[in-house]
Design a protein around this ligand. Structure first.
Ligand SMILES: *Cc1c(COP(=O)(O)O)cnc(C)c1O
Length: 502
C-alpha cells in the first residue's frame, strides 16, 4: 500500500488543509506542549511530573494548569535573546511582561524574579501588581482611556512610566502629577501605520484604529509633553499587533519610529524606544514562528543600521511580550461529557457546483465529524469564537491505539460558535469520562474568561517539580450569586454536579 493510498483512506475530507492526519494521535507536538509535558508508562499525560488524573481528581475540571518553570525559562530566554544582540550596539534592553495575557500575583512575582518589568493596562491590573508587591518603578501603565482616578493612582504609586495614548491624556497626567507634586515619566504611543499579524504585514499610511497618535502628529504631542514641567519624556512606543511570526513588521515599525526619534533629539533627551509585544507562538503543529533569537537578531540589525544612518546612538530598547511568555506554559484539562457523530454533506468541487446555470449543486457525498463536548468552553477560552483561533487537543488520561478520528471539541454553552478546538484528530475511541487536554491556553484564556451561562470560572494551578499548588481557586456558585442582591431571599442549593472535584 502506498502512502498516498493510505492517506486517501484515512484522511477525513472535512479536515482543514493544515491539519495533517497523524501517525500517532497520542503524540505531543514539540513547541506546542510545555517542555515537561510527557506521557507516563501507562500513557497518561504528566505535566512537570504531575499526573493529570490526580490534578482532575484534586481540583476538578475544567482546570488551567500552568507550568511554572516554562514561564520562568521563557522569561529568561526572551530577556537574554534581546540583551545578547543589543549589548554589542551599546544599548540596554528591558522586557516588560504584558500582564493582560495572564496576570495573578504569583505570575507577577515569577516574572519579576526573572528580571522582567511589568505592564498593566487598567486600575485592576495595577491593583494585582501592587498586591504582588511589584516595585511600582518597574511598572508601565497602558490604556487608551485611563480614568482620572486610575491616572491619579498610578502617579501616586510612582509607576515607572505612563504610556500616553492621546493629546487629551497629556493634560490629564500632567494635572495628576502636578497635584501629587511629582514628575511623572511618560512614553508616547504612536501609530506607526504598520499592522502586523501572523505570516504577513501590511504597511498602510494611517491605520483606522483607536490606539496611539499618528506618526506625523507625534512631534507636536511631544512638544506639549515637554512643555509640562510635571512630565518627563522617555521616548516613543509602538505596538504593531499580536501573534507575529517574523521580524519584518517589527523592523519596519522600528525604522519609522527611529526617524521621528532622531528628530525629537533636537528638542531634548530621548533615552529610550519601546517596540511593544506581539511575538508569536505555535498553537498547533502547523504553526512555525521564527525562534525569538532570530527575531531579536533581525530587529537589532535594523535598529543598529538605522541609527548609524541617522547618526544617533542606539537608545535603550524595551519590548512587551505577553503571549510568548505564558501561552505555551498553560494546558487546560476538560472532562468529556458526550460525543456525537454528525454527518456533514460535502460541497461539490468548485466548477461543478453551479455548472449548467442554476442547477442545484451536485451532491458530493458526506463525511462524519465527531463532536466531543467538554465541561467548559467559550467562557474559559473565547479565542476560537473571537478570532477563529485554532488549537490542538489530546486525550490525556490514557494513550490509545484506536484509529484517529476527526473531531470538533465543543463546550457546554448555548451557542453553536462555542468551539474549543475546531479540528483535531483524536483516537477514535474517545468517550465520555475521558480527560481532554488542550495546550497553549496560558495566554488570553483565563484573562478573557467570563461566567456565561453562570459557569464558574476554572481554578488555575501551578505545577513544578512533581507538585501542584492553586494560584486562583475555582469560582463557586456562591461567588456568582454574591453580587445578585435578590439572591438571599431563597437559599440557593449548591450544585454538586459541576466544577467540584469528583
Ligand atoms: C497586548 C499588548 C502587548 C502584548 O501582546 P502579546 O501579543 O501578548 O505579546 C504588549 N503591548 C501592548 C501595548 C499591548 O496592548
Amino acid at each position: 500500500m502506498t502512502v498516498l493510498h493510505e492517506a486517501a483512506v484515512t484522511a477525513n475530507p472535512l479536515a482543514p488543509a493544515w491539519l495533517r492526519h497523524p501517525d500517532d494521535a497520542n503524540a505531543l507536538a514539540t513547541g506546542v506542549w510545555p517542555a515537561r509535558a510527557e506521557r507516563g508508562q501507562d500513557g497518561a499525560l504528566r505535566l512537570a511530573g504531575v499526573d493529570v488524573r490526580a490534578l482532575a481528581r484534586e481540583y476538578g475540571t475544567p482546570l488551567v494548569v500552568i507550568d511554572e518553570d516554562e514561564v520562568r525559562e521563557r522569561a529568561r530566554r526572551i530577556r537574554d535573546a534581546f540583551a545578547t544582540v543589543f549589548a554589542p550596539l551599546g544599548a540596554a534592553t528591558r522586557v516588560y511582561y504584558a500582564g493582560k495575557a495572564f496576570l495573578c500575583t504569583e505570575v507577577a512575582r515569577w516574572v519579576g524574579s526573572e528580571g522582567l518589568h511589568l505592564d498593566v493596562a487598567s486600575g485592576g491590573e495595577l491593583a494585582v501588581a501592587r498586591a504582588a508587591g511589584v516595585d511600582p518603578g518597574l511598572l508601565g501603565f497602558h490604556g487608551n482611556n485611563k480614568s482620572r482616578a486610575e491616572i491619579a493612582r498610578g502617579v501616586e504609586l510612582g509607576v515607572g512610566a505612563i504610556v500616553l495614548d492621546s493629546v487629551v491624556e497629556i493634560g490629564r497626567v500632567a494635572e495628576a502629577a502636578t497635584a501629587a507634586g511629582r514628575v511623572q515619566p511618560v512614553r508616547l504611543r504612536v501609530n506607526s501605520g504598520v499592522h502586523a499579524s501572523t505570516h504577513e504585514y501590511l504597511a498602510t499610511a494611517r491605520e483606522d484604529q483607536k490606539f496611539g497618535i499618528a506618526l506625523d502628529a507625534a512631534e507636536q504631542a511631544v512638544a506639549l509633553i515637554r512643555a509640562e514641567p510635571s512630565l518627563r519624556f522617555l521616548g516613543l512606543h509602538s505596538h504593531i499587533g499580536s501573534q507575529i511570526f517574523d521580524d519584518a513588521g517589527f523592523g519596519e515599525a522600528a525604522r519609522r519610529l527611529l526617524g521621528l526619534h532622531a528628530r525629537l533629539r533636537a528638542g531634548g533627551e530621548v533615552p529610550e524606544l519601546n517596540l511593544g509585544g506581539g511575538f508569536g507562538i505555535a498553537y498547533t503543529a502547523a504553526d512555525d514562528p521564527a525562534p525569538i533569537e532570530e527575531i531579536a537578531a533581525g530587529l537589532a540589525r535594523v535598529v543598529g543600521e538605522t541609527c548609524a544612518e541617522l547618526g544617533i546612538p542606539v537608545p535603550a530598547i524595551s519590548i512587551e511580550p505577553g503571549r510568548w511568555i505564558v501561552g505555551t506554559a498553560g494546558v487546560t484539562l476538560y472532562a468529556v461529557g458526550t460525543t456525537k457523530d454528525v454527518e456533514v454533506p460535502l460541497a461539490a468541487p468548485d466548477g461543478e457546483a453551479a455548472a449548467g446555470g442554476g442547477e442545484p449543486a451536485r451532491a458530493a457525498g458526506s463525511a462524519i465529524r465527531r463532536y466531543v463536548s467538554v465541561d467548559g468552553g467559550m467562557s474559559d477560552n473565547i479565542r476560537p469564537a473571537l478570532y477563529g483561533a485554532d488549537y490542538a487537543a489530546r486525550v490525556a488520561d490514557r494513550a490509545s491505539a484506536a484509529e484517529p478520528a476527526l473531531v470538533r471539541v465543543v463546550g457546554s454553552h448555548c451557542e453553536s460558535g462555542d468551539i474549543v478546538v475546531r479540528a483535531e484528530y483524536l483516537p477514535g475511541d474517545v468517550a465520555p469520562g475521558d480527560l481532554l487536554a488542550v495546550p497553549v491556553t496560558g495566554a488570553y484564556s483565563v484573562s478573557l474568561a467570563s461566567t456565561y451561562n453562570y459557569l464558574p470560572r476554572p481554578a488555575v494551578v501551578a505545577v513544578r517539580d512533581g507538585a501542584a499548588r492553586v494560584l486562583i481557586r475555582r469560582e463557586t456558585l456562591d461567588d456568582l450569586l454574591a453580587r445578585d442582591l435578590g439572591a438571599g431571599a431563597h437559599e440557593a442549593p449548591a450544585d454538586p454536579t459541576r466544577g467540584a472535584p469528583a
